[in-house]
Design a protein around this ligand. Structure first.
Ligand code: 5GP
Ligand code: MN
Ligand code: MN
Length: 323
């Protein structure tokens, strides 16, 4: 039903914008570009609106040069947001989004605030890109090799390369159809997972120096700041992937990365088997998924570490008493 509603909105709109979220990742850039390419190739007047810098490992995606900044853009008939849990995730595009005649919100975060006129939120879906695939595949749109490359990339990055417990049969079915579009899955994997720059590697090594374990080593915390990023000659987005590295340590259930900035701290949480990452960020007003969530915290760092150690203790004890 919702797919038909979305199709109707797309068909009746003249001018369409698509945008993803601040601090872009593979799933949202993939969903942004996949949606843009499919609609553009079908003859629609569509614009992919850029927010923030795209991380290096996603820069290989096709047609990124066709994205534009929001400067001078006028209100569209239809604005589609992808992979955004709330309006704040649109950053500086929020007002432009609100100015649209109609708004569609396509997302897979359980914390989505249903801010669109049409909200297609499927928290069971492992990636917004899988939703984008089902949308256009079911509606009979042509999915080109370029669009398939973008969509496959987003499914791969949000599922940790098809290994998280969010992955379902439909995920592999989508991947199968996309592979049939003649995409180069080895080239995608090399770009995504085997192209870490030396500066990013240096940042990973130096950040790991801050690694501390708590609660029988079930909790592991690392932190990084802008100065260290600069010292390594790295980009801000180069801290992506560090928290997953920490999560992958044997016995760690909760991995935390704190990015200390001049006025706030960005928290990233990853969990492995039984603790909810959403529960950990909820008292800080954050959101996300059961195994990956985030929030923005107030300084200072040492106090927030104390808070997190306490919150995680409660979650670990809660789990013990339930089992
Ligand atoms: P990351 O740790 O990679 O920044 O984010 C992990 C997950 O948490 C993502 O799905 C992202 O959407 C969500 N997330 C990260 N930061 C925030 C935040 O400040 N607010 C909300 N609502 N969600 C966030
Ligand atoms: Mn995302
Ligand atoms: Mn996502």
């Amino acid at each position: 039903m919702v797919l038909e509603q979305i199709a109707k909105e797309i068909n009746s709109a003249q001018k369409i914008y698509v945008a993803s979220h601040i601090n872009p990742d593979g799933d949202n850039v993939g969903a942004l570009m996949g949606t843009y390419i499919i609609l553009k190739d079908s003859g629609k007047d569509v614009t992919a609106v850029r927010i923030d810098e795209v991380p290096d490992n996603i820069k290989f995606l096709p047609r990124l040069s066709e994205t534009v900044s929001d400067e001078g853009l006028e209100a569209p008939d239809l604005f589609i947001s992808v992979d955004c849990a709330d309006l704040e995730r649109l950053g500086g595009l929020k007002d432009l989004y609100l100015s649209a005649k109609r708004r569609i919100n396509i997302d897979h975060h359980s914390t989505n605030t249903n801010f669109g006129d049409i909200n297609w939120v499927d928290s069971d879906s492992p990636a917004t890109c899988e939703m984008v695939f089902h949308l256009f595949n079911n509606l009979g749109y042509e999915i080109s090799k370029d669009a398939a490359t973008c969509i496959y990339t987003g499914i791969s990055t949000d599922t940790g390369s098809f290994k998280y417990d969010s992955v379902k049969k439909s995920t592999f079915e989508a991947a199968g159809v996309l592979i049939d579009k003649d995409i180069d899955i080895n080239q995608i994997a090399v770009n995504l997972y085997q192209s870490r720059s030396k500066a990013k590697t240096d940042l990973l090594i130096k950040t790991l120096n801050s690694l501390k374990y708590y609660h029988d080593s079930k909790l592991a915390i690392v932190h990084v700041n802008d100065e260290l990023i600069k010292q390594c000659g790295a980009h801000k987005s180069d801290s992506d992937g560090i928290v997953e590295f920490v999560r992958d340590i044997d016995g760690v259930e909760v991995a935390i990365l704190l990015k200390e900035k001049s006025d706030s701290i960005k928290l990233s949480v990853r969990t492995k088997e039984y603790v909810s990452a959403i529960n950990i960020v909820s008292s800080f007003g954050g959101g996300g998924h059961i195994r990956a969530a985030g929030a923005t915290l107030e300084l200072p760092l040492d106090k927030r570490i104390e808070d997190i150690v306490k919150i995680v203790e409660g979650e670990l004890n809660g789990w013990r008493s339930d089992n």
